[in-house]
Design a protein around this ligand. Structure first.
Ligand SMILES: Nc1ncnc2c1ncn2[C@@H]1O[C@H](COP(=O)(O)OP(=O)(O)OP(=O)(O)O)[C@@H](O)[C@H]1O
Ligand SMILES: [Mg+2]
Length: 263
């Protein structure tokens, strides 16, 4: 991207490398990765297991420092853990003794947000993600998909401009996962949040994103960036049936097959 676009990027990953040292070994997880994400953009990241996808998200969140290069979030270089982002992991990680709504409001308590405003926002998110009627249910009374919706609401409560998601639907069955994809797409359009999603599902990566970043095997470099040529309005079945969808998924499958040595 050009310098002008860089100045307005939500996330700028500039020539980043990550090396992990132990007593005897050194593992290079990421080597020379550069990526700019525009405000409001949805970017999916795919790549072989162990290539460095989670490491990349940790760099953006400031949980990890790069060995070389720099990461800039909302115009500010990332130097430590950032609190102005949202993070959703593969497991919902809810507190078992708190209701769905109270798990969502945990975010507000940790941040000292105004409780009336946080409550209003929590109710909007509950409505937006189809959790109405389950506000007072405990996590064990919720399905896996519902628990992930609670985790998503919690990550969005403080209206983060950047949302990082690391295989958020990896533990769900195929049908629930499709439903969550549809909901996430709608939530993304309604909130305008910039999203970086790590996923192992090629279909999910294309259905949700404006661009898909394909990483190589470790040490990860960017193998290719695929621009997703689909309209923003994405009915699930209609999207799956589009030739552009088939072309993009087949291409990504080829790229991943090429880097892992099998399809
Ligand atoms: N804290 C750490 N210390 C040492 N090595 C690490 C650490 N974190 C990650 N690694 C190594 O870095 C590499 C990339 O790990 P990472 O978790 O980013 O992969 P991934 O692409 O997210 O994999 P998966 O798809 O299986 O989740 C792996 O080889 C891993 O062993
Ligand atoms: Mg990972």
């Amino acid at each position: 991207m050009t310098g002008t676009l860089n100045a307005t990027a939500a996330v700028e990953i500039d020539n980043v490398a990550v090396r992990f040292h132990s007593k005897r070994t050194e593992v290079t997880a990421i080597e020379q990765v550069s990526l700019d994400v525009a405000p409001g953009e949805f970017v999916s990241i795919v790549g072989p297991s162990g290539c460095g996808k989670s490491t990349l998200l940790k760099l953006v969140s400031g949980l990890l420092k790069p060995s070389a290069g720099s990461v800039t979030l909302l115009g500010e270089q990332v130097r430590g853990p950032r609190h102005d982002i949202g993070f959703v992991f593969q497991r919902a990680a809810l507190l078992e003794w708190r209701s769905a709504r109270k798990n969502i409001l945990l975010q507000a308590e940790m941040r000292g947000m105004n409780s009336a405003e946080a409550g209003k926002r929590a109710d909007e998110l509950i409505e937006m993600t189809g959790l109405s009627g389950f506000e007072n249910a405990l996590p064990h009374e919720l399905s896996g998909g519902m628990q992930q919706r609670v985790a998503l609401c919690r990550a969005l409560l403080h209206q983060p401009r950047v949302l990082l998601m690391d295989e958020p639907f990896g533990a769900l069955d195929a049908l629930t996962r499709e439903q969550m994809n549809v909901e996430l797409h709608r939530v993304w359009r309604e909130t305008g949040t910039t999203v970086l999603l790590v996923t192992h599902s090629i279909a999910e990566s294309v259905y949700l994103a404006n661009r898909v970043i394909v990483l190589t095997q470790r040490p990860a470099v960017v193998k290719e960036v695929i621009e997703v040529d689909l309209p923003d309005e994405r009915d699930y079945s209609a999207t799956m049936a589009r030739p552009e969808f088939a072309t993009a998924t087949a291409h990504i499958r080829d790229l991943l097959g090429a880097v892992t040595g099998h399809d």
